[in-house]
Design a protein around this ligand. Sequence first.
Ligand code: NAP
Length: 331
Amino acid sequence: MKRVVFEQTGPPADVLKLQDDVPAPQPARGEVLVRMLASPVNPSDLMYVAGRYGLTPKLPATPGFEGVGVVEGTGGGLLGWLRKGKRVAVINDRVGNWAEYTVTKARQVVPVPDDLSDDQAATFFVNPATALVMTGAVLDLQPGDWLLQSAAGGELGKMIVRLGKLRGFRTLNVVRRREQVAELKAIGADAVLVESDGPLPEQVKAAVPTGVRFAIDPVGGKTASEVIASLGQGGRCLLYGSLSDDPLTVHPRFLLSNAVTVEGFWLGAWAKREGALTMLKLFKQVRALMRDGVLQSTFAATYPLEEVKKAVEHAAAPGKGGKVLLKIGTR
Ligand SMILES: NC(=O)c1ccc[n+]([C@@H]2O[C@H](COP(=O)([O-])OP(=O)(O)OC[C@H]3O[C@@H](n4cnc5c(N)ncnc54)[C@H](OP(=O)(O)O)[C@@H]3O)[C@@H](O)[C@H]2O)c1
């Protein structure tokens, strides 16, 4: 089979290569063998390959934390047997999905409805679940609450805008490209700020004079520092990414005099702490909201595995305008 590998961490377009004649992996007990159909290039995949992620790859490694495929075999166990022959979303933090065949735990494959396209099913977990969990289980946003979010024009940011519209929390969105203002307003953003228009605390105060209590940031550096400094009394900020790769600067006096808290959020760690029932409920919600379009992704381009270098270069380009998808097989 074909698979993408890297033998050392570094810039993805430099270190990734295709192997085209390797044996398919063997599922152990409790695991399934999946024939992959498609897998997105997410920021977490790029950071993992670059050696800048919370998981350290055991080299040589194959990237690809999520995707869609068909279960073709099992290493034993009831759940694997039940999943055999099904088209499933594949969550994989062990072997990697950028390959014609992969293995993962049977409980990490989720059957997807027939009417969901392979492209959407490939992005079933990482962003949709993060959008639901951060705004629901973690921040518990209520109708009328304001949520400040940076990188709002990305795929996850747009899901959160649409969730806000559906659930009644209001989104105050920060983007770095002005052309995204109209796009976000069209999908229900309550307000959109452009980073280069001035310091965020001033822009946020002008937009919501009563103050904002909730914020989420995947950028870090100057952007996250300003997002935190924009919060009002009792404010709470979730940091869920490090796109700029820069550290924060926050004055302790601001945090203590305003009783502001700053927390990290990582879906993988959250999911490991939760029981099977919570995860089943979450998958059910994702299925329904994907069908309704709320948690759908848009796609900028698709590439075959052979063009993985082009795919990762495209995925890292500013203003790419949607997910980049690796098309691996057909149903
Ligand atoms: N913690 C978790 O469990 C978890 C789960 C899912 C996702 N995430 C994180 O969520 C973030 C967004 O994911 P995604 O799939 O939505 O990515 P995406 O579709 O690639 O969108 C990324 C967005 O971030 C913007 N951006 C990139 N670098 C930036 C910078 N230095 N300053 C300001 N804006 C910047 C991009 O702006 P342009 O459009 O102008 O390029 C784009 O709008 C990533 O950091 C990802 O790792 C975390």
